[in-house]
Write a protein that binds this ligand. Structure first.
Ligand SMILES: Cc1cc2nc3c(=O)[nH]c(=O)nc-3n(C[C@H](O)[C@H](O)[C@H](O)COP(=O)(O)OP(=O)(O)OC[C@H]3O[C@@H](n4cnc5c(N)ncnc54)[C@H](O)[C@@H]3O)c2cc1C
Length: 384
């Protein structure tokens, strides 16, 4: 067992840190979050680092990163800059990964190099008003119409849909099949006629929008079925292909949010004096900080372990769900404890801790709620 990263991985980590240091700042995050604005201006610079093509091989314009590289990138970006993190997630996570894992050769050649160059952004549209955790209950329909399909229905809570060039849309193409069959993912152009996209107001994570999408006879060519003609009615399998990595990534993101809250809280505790000495010298504050660190270190180990298993090609779905549960629940607890360390200032908008708390609250809901993760564990581990 070797817990060290390779020299290449450490160098990769440093490259991302330098990018964040040079191109982003706390002030930028605060400003973008207040304006609810996406950092388009960073896109070209991020593309230069290779991060937008991280998971794809060179033949598709990427850099061929491993699952562990993906985790390192997610951790560093979520720790260093909410803006840079949003920029990475949109294209790479929502569209790029799906196309790379499930797209036809033609689709990979067409879209992946442009995603890697920062020219295309994506969104992944699964959730509907009546199909949340029960995703197989979607009703957005896609009906053949000559060389095209006509899409009708509604999606809700879709991240980055308003700025997406490619909306990966999960549809029902065969209503007579069982609920997990008859689902097809279409690559829908963000500017397609018949699409209406409306931004939704939310509590946090405001740099990347969340939107409702209405499909009113949206005509999409057959060639836009993810995976080509062979991808028809294969949407559920396509989604499953990506789930382990998605959960590991989410665990990495929330471990990093918690680490940032801890680092801010520790720095504050060493500075802030009450009763004549820094509050870090009080054991009750030390206990809060120590407990925060315990949670973070456990999250990180669980995340790395799941990523390592995935990289070895071993079955890791239980570990991915465990890492997702622990890291997201730890992030909630750690950020709220961080607020306690900062006292009243933790509640004030001029400090970042309130933003970390608001952002952390999403972790247990997105990417399959933590109740659903527990159901998955129960099923996989024979508890049912
Ligand atoms: C900010 C944000 C961004 C999002 N981005 C996207 C996106 O980009 N693309 C996308 O497709 N979706 C996205 N979502 C939607 C997200 O995936 C769903 O919110 C999530 O899957 C839960 O669905 P729901 O909100 O309908 O809750 P519901 O499924 O209605 O669940 C409500 C509660 O019931 C629990 N529950 C449900 N079923 C069970 C069960 N069988 N056993 C025990 N408990 C259960 C849930 O855990 C939850 O606590 C986003 C959501 C948010 C808030």
């Amino acid at each position: 067992m070797d817990f060290r990263f390779t020299e290449e991985q450490e160098a990769f980590r440093q490259t991302i840190r330098k990018f964040i240091e040079k191109e982003t700042s706390r002030e930028l995050d605060r400003q973008l979050e207040e304006e609810g604005r996406f950092p388009f201006e960073l896109s070209d610079k991020m593309a230069e680092t290779g991060l937008l093509g991280l998971p794809f091989p060179e033949e598709y314009g990427g850099v061929g990163g491993s699952v562990m590289d993906f985790v390192i990138a997610a951790e560093e970006l979520a720790y260093g800059s909410e803006a840079a993190c949003g920029l990475f997630l949109g294209p790479v996570f929502f569209a790029g990964e799906q196309i790379y894992l499930n797209g036809s050769e033609e689709q990979k050649k067409k879209y992946l190099p442009q995603i890697a160059q920062g020219k295309l952004r994506g969104a992944f549209a699964l959730t509907e008003p009546d199909a949340g955790s029960d995703a197989s209950a979607i009703t957005t329909s896609a009906v053949p119409d000559g060389d095209h399909y006509l899409l009708n229905g509604q999606k809700t809570m879709i991240s980055g849909a308003d700025i997406a060039d490619l909306i990966m849309t999960c549809t029902k193409t065969d209503k007579d099949c069982s609920r997990y069959e008859g689902i097809t993912i279409f690559i829908v152009p963000g500017k397609a006629e018949g699409l209406t996209i409306r931004k939704m107001k939310k509590l946090g994570n405001n740099i990347l929008s969340t939107c409702e999408i209405f499909f009113d006879n949206v005509r999409v060519p057959r060639e836009n079925i993810l995976g080509g003609q062979a991808g028809l009615n294969q949407g559920w399998m396509h989604m499953i292909n990506n789930l382990d990595v998605e959960r590991i990534m989410i665990a990495a993101l929330y471990t990093a949010i918690a680490q940032r809250a801890y680092d801010d809280a520790l720095a504050y505790a060493k500075e802030r004096k009450q009763f004549g000495k820094p509050i870090s010298q009080y054991q009750m504050i030390q206990q809060l900080l120590a407990d925060m660190l315990v949670e973070i270190r456990a999250s990180r180990l669980l995340t790395y372990h799941a990523a390592w298993l995935k990289e070895q090609g071993e079955f890791c779905s239980t570990e991915a769900s465990i890492a997702k549960i622990h890291a997201t629940e730890a992030a909630k607890k750690v950020t709220i404890d961080g607020m306690q360390v900062l006292g009243g200032y933790g509640y004030m908008m001029e400090y970042d801790m309130q933003r970390y708390v608001r952002n952390a609250l999403l972790g247990t809901i997105g990417g399959g709620t933590n109740q659903i993760q527990r159901l998955i564990i129960a099923k996989l581990e024979g508890m049912m």
